[in-house]
Design a protein around this ligand. Sequence first.
Ligand SMILES: Cc1ncc(COP(=O)(O)O)c(C=O)c1O
Length: 396
Amino acid sequence: MLDNLDRLPPDPILGVTAAFRRDASTKKVDLGVGVYRDDFGITPVPAAVREAEREMLAQQTTKTYVGPAGNVEFNERIVEMALGTLARDLQDRTATIQTVGGCGALRVGAELLRASNPQAVVHVSDPTWANHEPLIGSSGLTLQRYPYYDPATRRAAFEPMLDCIAKLPAGSVVLLHGCCHNPTGADLNAEQWSVLADVIESRGLLPFVDLAYQGFGDDLGSDVVGLRILARRVPQFLLAISCSKNFGLYRERAGALAVVTRNATAATAIATHQARIARRMYSMPPDHGAAVAARVLGDARLRTLWETEIAAMVARMKSLRALLAGRLAARRPGHDFSWLTRHRGMFSLLGLSEAGIAELRDKHHVYVPPDGRMNVAGINETNVDYVAESVAGLIA
Ligand SMILES: Cc1ncc(COP(=O)(O)O)c(C=O)c1O
């Protein structure tokens, strides 16, 4: 036992961080990580989160278990943040469980789908976040890809996407990024969400929306316009929510899986399955992060403070996008870099070849994962010229 397991290759994204750490160059730039960073390269704890933590710790009287479904207030508030007033309309038909981050929500969702139909096929975007396929696939479900991105226009390839999804058999699961598509940064507009919602509804498909970046695109409301269009149109869907990025709660592992069903009976049944899945995998979620997020959302002053803090992060990412686009345009006249400011969230694909990515790393000490995904939050006023200079000659 245990002697038969060979060493695995490094995780493609975590491997980039490790290589970056080993690089002794003073010029090195890490554009690979999947976390927000400020001008000083720090991933901050929002002041609203700190305050909520202080209050909570002062008032906490016990650390007994929270129960498999987690913090009920958190579950309600986080779903309301995603769905707005619709959350109340759908309340009786919704089963929500607090999860171990957004990853936990995706995994519990996958286990639930498998319990419901082991033959279910989950269709993910091509490309998608590197962890989607391992997370969902390890539940035993089959995965397939639908076209999503057009590298030539650097936009969502909406027609091919729709064409593929419109041919899927009823009962197929379609995994969608709620906003700030990872890794492309190319989102659907409201009209496209509406057309997609019609197709999903008329074909009897089941949407599974991964909402990991609410607030990071434009703002908390604008980022979920598409999700809410979909939620109004389809009879049932799954929603995986992460509080890692927008609350800065990464290591606290706060998230939720909301399952909207056809009726209250189905929701009650789903809740029992969610609890059983959690019980069998990790029993109960951690308390801290979700309790803090619930407090921030439930306190008008903390919520306003937090929204101001997210707005500042978004403004910074947008200005970095504009800054880099400007510096690239100065080095490559006649070349269109408007995609950089059009994309939403932290990520854009640089569109480099494998050799280009290697050159970026080995010659310029600029690190991105193998798919060429750049995290714009890794740029700052000090390194933007260097990044532009390093990348300009490599972009096709
Ligand atoms: C697209 C996407 N979904 C889900 C997650 C899950 O995040 P976490 O489990 O850290 O909450 C991430 C994190 O990087 C992500 O990028």
